[in-house]
Design a binder for this molecule. Structure first.
Ligand SMILES: *Cc1c(COP(=O)(O)O)cnc(C)c1O
Length: 393
């Protein structure tokens, strides 16, 4: 009997022997500062729930009310019969919050990036992209069939020289960067990139997944953080991280949004959010505006924890945000560190190739506003103990 998928099994066995095979941890409680995984209560440093909104009473109430009034699902894709008044209310809310003309919400941040880049560009066009941009941007670039020019991480001069070299090339040009890079927690050099895009007539696009709800006034993101309102053509954000629910959005001109309504494939070919999702997201924007102290607590915790890890002697890279990597080198060591942290009551995920470069494997930590000082002190103690045991320190 032929087994055409046997190569999958062989690959999995190889991962197991290399120590990079990852069993999925099972969350048995809500995602919160302390959660129960695989039967064990642990301090959760592995979620993107920066502001504790996954369990905020206002979001829960809004979701329950929406289910009761509008049902469990939307019934169709947006362009057929699946545009509910809640979807439009959320898009208007986000557009006002971000100070732009219009907004379209996608099922995820991944769909927003991949759907937008592939819709607005074609084979005659050029994309200038940071080497560490998120996978959803990379996939969108590939789907567009435009020519992709990658520049070294955060190297504005390199991006500009690529744009200059394309001066006579014809076609549209897109300059694209993450606002905050998800594996290192560093902030994109947006003022320089925006100036380069303006100088060379390129479309400027920023993916603010990890900055939505984290950076800028009330969490308006990196464009607000740098005071670049009106100078970034396409802003992507996510509703799945600090917002605490699920989804992605694109903000920009009314024309951009109308165009995406007609051409973005996830919008056209995949069902819209259930009403509970849209309603909970709407409630989350109320919380961002009414409870800015959550963002202050997030940053206070981030500074405290980052300082603690660095003074213990860990290599925490170049982070400037609540994402703090503990870089250890080999993937097998990162996964081992993660496993032993878990045994001691701390969840922080090991991340290796292909998510990060070979030799730069790490355990990534993300603190939340909802961690107590006692949580952070306990986590630092555990990191130090396990770090010494594994001779990382
Ligand atoms: C998480 C992330 C996404 C994807 O967002 P989802 O809503 O989870 O699909 C996109 N871009 C970046 C930079 C991210 O970190």
């Amino acid at each position: 009997m032929s087994k055409p998928l046997a190569y999958l099994h062989d690959q999995i066995e190889q991962w197991k022997s290399e120590g990079t095979y990852q069993r999925l941890r099972v969350l048995e409680s809500a995602s919160a500062a302390e959660s129960r995984f695989d039967g064990k209560d642990v301090i959760n440093l592995a979620s993107n729930n920066y502001l504790g909104l996954t369990t905020h009473p206002k979001l829960l109430e809004a979701a329950i009310a929406a289910v009761k009034r509008y049902g469990a699902g939307s019934g169709a894709v947006r362009t057929i019969s699946g545009t509910m008044s809640l979807h439009l209310a959320l898009e208007e809310r986000i557009a006002a919050f971000k100070n732009v003309e219009a907004c379209v919400v996608f099922q995820s941040g991944f769909a927003a990036n991949a759907g937008t880049v592939s819709a607005i560009l074609g084979p005659d066009d050029h994309i200038v992209s940071d080497e560490l941009n998120h996978a959803s941007i990379v996939d969108g670039c590939r789907l567009s069939r435009a020519k992709i020019h990658v520049f070294a991480h955060k190297d504005v001069a390199a991006a500009e020289s690529i744009l200059a070299s394309l001066a006579g090339a014809g076609g549209k040009k897109l300059l694209i960067s993450d606002g905050v890079f998800s594996m290192d927690g560093d902030i994109g050099p947006l003022p320089g990139l925006v100036a380069a895009a303006e100088k060379h007539g390129a479309i400027m696009m920023v993916d603010d997944a990890h900055s939505s709800g984290v950076l800028g006034r009330n969490g308006r993101g990196t464009i607000d953080h740098f005071g670049l309102h009106g100078r970034v053509d396409i802003q992507v954000g996510t509703l799945s991280k600090a917002i605490g629910v699920l989804g992605g959005y694109v903000c920009g001109s009314r024309d951009l949004i109308e165009f995406l309504y007609h051409r973005a494939r996830p919008f056209l070919f995949s069902t819209s959010h259930p009403p509970a999702v849209a309603a909970a997201c709407l409630a989350a924007f109320d919380v961002l505006e009414r409870e800015p102290e959550r963002i202050d607590a997030l940053w206070a915790n981030a500074r405290y924890f980052k300082h603690g890890l660095a003074s213990a002697g860990f290599n925490t890279g170049i982070s400037e945000t609540p994402i703090t990597p503990v870089i250890v080198g080999e993937a097998a060591l990162a996964h081992r560190l993660s496993r032993e942290l878990f045994e001691e009551g701390v969840l922080a995920t090991g991340i290796g190739f292909p998510t990060v470069a070979k030799g730069k494997a790490r355990v990534r930590t993300i603190v939340a506003s909802t961690h107590s000082r006692a949580d952070l002190d306990r986590a630092l103690e555990v990191f130090e103990k396990v770090g010494k045991r594994l001779e990382i320190l």
